[in-house]
Design a protein around this ligand. Sequence first.
Ligand SMILES: [Zn+2]
Length: 343
Amino acid sequence: MKAMVLHGPNLPFELVDVPDPTPGPGEAVARVITCGSGLTIQHAKAGRRAITYPRIIGHEITAEIVAVGAGVSHLKIGDAVTAYYYLNCGHCRWCLANLEPLCAETGGNVGLECDGGYAEYIKLPAHIFIKLPETLDHRAHPAEFGVVTDALATPYKVLSRARIKPGESVAVIGAGGGVGIHQVMFAAWANARVIAVDVAADKFDACRKAGADVTIDPRSTDLVAALRDLTRGNGVDVVIDYVCTSATLEAGVKALGRRGRLVILGGAAQPFNLPAREMLLKELEVIGSRYVTRAEILATFDVVARREVWPLVTDIRPLAEAEAVHDRVERGAVTGRAALRIV
Ligand SMILES: [Zn+2]
């Protein structure tokens, strides 16, 4: 099969022929139609996330099962599938509690610790494949449905982690990013008042189209003062930080009103100082939110199937153009998600 292979950190992709994968017991192989190209996997390509080589990256797939190994009963040839991003064990107490992102015996990530979707075929443990709902026409919108497992499900989960209620004010820091813009969509879908914060002012039109009521560029205005002004001095109810530098996190806490919640996702993940007295007096909460459960992925697909939120994939190119797509991802030039079309 043709595969886009990485041979080391910060090296260009190489499009090469490698042997077709065959499923062992408990495994399945799928033909990949599209695979999303987000910043998470660009971190691996750029050498900011350690992986072993050679490696085929990519996890936001839409694919069709072509072979199943011995003992696999829940998948059959022709099934339309996507992939769960974590290689969770499926049997630890966290997996059994339907909290798979907290798996105590995780094998890492699809496309990082095992080969992923930048190839004609992908082989995974069968339980990592998730069947797409039959209500979705996966051949009509493969790139859109492929990115649901991460770029949409991750922000969907934040609605419940932060207990966002209709009418609350929600500031999204990093709103112009591939996941951030879907966070804007989901916060608007939850009937919150959405404030999009980003240094990429060229993304503000897209943020408004995604449902942002207001946009703030923290390079040209004081972020905390702006968020207080927008809430008549009360402070915002929820800050969702996809940038997570010490500066954004500390500004996020300062901008919270009474009973405010700060949600920490990925980004720089820098340490930061918390004002204990203010947290006590205002009953503030700081909440970590990582990847999602399978149940949250299926719930996100329900929202997409009803077209209440639709994935924003603006740059779909053939596999051979992976290098150009990743160059754009690295520069923050993509609005929403990019994806590669394999077949
Ligand atoms: Zn587990």
